[in-house]
Write a protein that binds this ligand. Structure first.
Ligand SMILES: Nc1ncnc2c1ncn2[C@@H]1O[C@H](COP(=O)(O)OP(=O)(O)OP(=O)(O)O)[C@@H](O)[C@H]1O
Length: 264
């Protein structure tokens, strides 16, 4: 469904993402890991044409047989949210403090041409229920919600229009570990129900181990290794992947388990 072919992202000074290729299939949970600054976020922003204005992108990005690089800005805006949605680490930044949660939903729906007010309300209530939240939250302001609740609202909004691909960029980093765990369990449940694919950017190997089917390892703007998660965890080829796995102590046990044939 998503095919990235020889994509580079450059500033005037340097190439930051360097000829990256990867493809994500329907319903897949595709993890992208790698050191800080390796270009994971910029690559994910390039997909939705959300890059900062000082950066240029080259290469081919196809989504459901559509060439994303050739879409107009308007076509791209309509595709974002409907077909490809983002969930960010900085969920606070996704909300305007003086607007209620209901007004956030309403605005998002209006941008996507849902013109009937009662349809918008019903859809928002259903979306909140689907992430385990009460309808009464619609009247509240973002500061009246916990971090976990706000991130649930972000997920509900991202899933509102039933996209085919969710891009989730370190979505649990700002949460405590229990809230983070609940958020990922929720995302996994919604994925089972709806069948969307996820590009999942993370530093946490425990999350890779638990949720991903596929894995790509990025270093200094390039993908150094990609493949089925179990295969890479049990038999990493690149030195950098080996180093990363070694640096994640809890993963060591899991790798041993894979080698012994225990499912992780
Ligand atoms: N607008 C920009 N102009 C120039 N360089 C940028 C810009 N945005 C990001 N960079 C640089 O590009 C590199 C890659 O950034 P990116 O945010 O994609 O890394 P990352 O792998 O997502 O890191 P992290 O895991 O810390 O989020 C970094 O060195 C960053 O400083």
């Amino acid at each position: 469904m998503l095919s990235i072919d020889q994509v580079s992202v450059s500033s005037k000074e340097k190439k930051i993402v360097n000829h990256v290729s990867l493809s994500i299939r329907e319903g897949e949970w595709y993890a992208l890991v790698g050191q800080s600054g390796s270009g994971k976020t910029l690559l994910s922003q390039a997909i939705g044409r959300m890059l900062p204005a000082n950066l240029q992108v080259h290469g081919n990005i196809r989504f459901n047989e559509q060439d994303l690089m050739s879409l107009t800005a308007k076509e791209m805006r309509s595709l974002r949210g409907k077909k490809i949605s983002y969930i960010f680490q900085d969920y606070q930044g996704s909300f305007t403090p003086f607007r209620t949660i209901g007004q956030h939903f309403d605005e998002y729906q209006k941008v996507h041409d849902i013109s009937d007010a009662s349809t918008r309300l019903n859809q928002a209530v259903e979306a909140l229920h689907s992430v385990g939240l009460e309808e009464s939250l619609l009247k509240r302001y973002p500061f009246q919600l916990s971090g976990g609740q706000l991130q649930r609202v972000s997920i509900a909004t991202a899933l509102l229009l039933s996209p085919d691909l969710i891009i989730a960029d370190e979505i649990t980093t700002a949460l405590d570990s229990i809230s983070g765990h609940k958020i990922l369990e929720l995302l996994a449940r919604r994925q089972k129900e709806s069948g969307f694919a996820i590009l999942f950017i993370t530093h946490d190997w425990r999350h890779v181990r638990r949720y991903a089917n596929h894995l790509a390892v990025m270093k200094e703007g390039q993908i150094v290794e990609a493949g089925q998660k179990d295969q890479i965890l049990s038999n990493p080829q690149h030195e950098y992947t080996k180093e990363l796995i070694k640096a994640a102590p809890t993963l060591q046990r899991s790798v041993l388990n894979i080698r012994k044939g225990v499912t992780i």
